[in-house]
Design a protein around this ligand. Structure first.
Ligand code: PSU
Ligand code: MN
Length: 313
């Protein structure tokens, strides 16, 4: 096979970008998609960079178990051995360590062609899941608008990915270190509904209270599924189902400190989140880690419940 991307007159590179050779779907996920049963996509950035090793891999496996317990099939997404993959085995999950590249939508192709391990963010996972018609994703928190965006427009590609992909994402709001109000504004601009799951305000990741008011509240997974179905029928794309963390922790001051420390050390761009999360985990003596783990599992379970309710519509 010629190197991907090289083209000659006749083919314009089409042969080497054949979808089936680029995207590999596990047998379990393929079977679930064919039978139209509930499938929930899970990301790998939080496995590789959201938790210190080996916790990340454990959380990934527990999230898969939570999806199964709710009656859905997990499709963990990542880039491995030259392929964009949906559905990973335990040995494969274990390869998403700290050396994995963080893979947003812009990074998928380069990771695949270069044979790198690509840990997909919410945005990267949405891009891949959308390709095969998966409609649900569970994660910790989505990316959004970073603080200080007026000086440097650091806005997560998770938002434009949500704006173009018809997938409901269950999350405990946005990442804790963001400008939450600006993130809510941009979600509205992009036409992305945020449904509070039994809450009137957007959860602030580690803490359930104190976030901005939401326009919409739902009381059940079935209600969320019906709104998602109607949204897609009306040609809408992504939605966020905002699920308060099962256990609430106020770490606003520590986040300020972590961001200042990142700035002082010249950490920027994609490296900021992993840096600040590690800082929080360390300075809270592991308490942020515990809450983070619990909310990831709760969101995986909720995404699965909505997927199951949607399949029954
Ligand atoms: N929230 C967390 N931990 C994480 C992330 C979010 O608490 O590791 C990851 C998710 O994968 C999310 C990504 O999609 O960070 C967004 O990163 P960025 O802002 O660079 O797009
Ligand atoms: Mn960014």
């Amino acid at each position: 096979m010629r190197p991907a991307g090289r083209r000659d007159a006749g083919t314009l590179g089409l042969a080497v970008t054949d979808l089936a050779s680029l995207v590999r779907i596990s047998e379990e996920v393929r079977d679930a998609l064919e039978r139209e049963v509930a499938v929930v996509a899970l990301e790998t950035t939080l496995i590789a960079h959201g938790f210190p090793a080996p916790d990340g891999v454990e959380v990934g496996l527990e999230a898969e178990a939570a999806v199964r317990a709710a009656g859905a099939v997990p499709a963990t997404v990542g880039v491995l051995d030259g392929h964009v993959r949906l559905g990973l085995g335990a040995d494969e999950l274990a390869r998403f360590g700290v050396d994995a590249r963080k893979a947003g939508p812009r990074d998928l192709a380069a990771c695949a062609v270069q044979g790198a391990v690509g840990a997909t963010t919410v945005g990267g996972t949405l891009s891949v899941a959308g390709l095969v018609g998966i409609h649900f994703l569970g994660t910790g928190g989505i990316g959004g608008v970073h603080r200080g965006y007026a000086a440097r427009p650091d806005v997560s590609p998770d938002l434009p990915a949500l704006a173009r992909t018809p997938i409901l994402v269950a999350a405990s709001g946005a990442k804790s270190l963001l400008d939450i109000q600006a993130t809510v504004e941009l979600l509205e601009t992009l036409g992305i509904p945020v449904l509070g799951y039994r809450t009137d305000t957007l959860p602030r990741f580690y803490s359930a209270e104190g976030g901005p008011e939401l326009a919409h509240r739902v009381e059940s997974a079935a209600e969320a599924a019906r709104i998602a179905a109607a949204h897609w029928r009306l040609c809408g794309a992504g939605l966020v189902l905002a699920n308060p963390p099962p256990e609430s922790l106020d770490v606003a001051d520590l986040i300020e400190e972590g961001l200042a420390e990142a700035d002082a050390r010249g950490v920027s761009g994609q490296a900021v989140t992993p840096f600040v999360l590690a800082f929080l985990h360390e300075r809270s003596a592991g308490r942020t880690l515990e809450v983070n783990r619990k909310l990831v599992l709760a969101n995986a379970r909720l995404a699965a419940e909505v997927a199951v309710a949607f399949a029954a519509l």
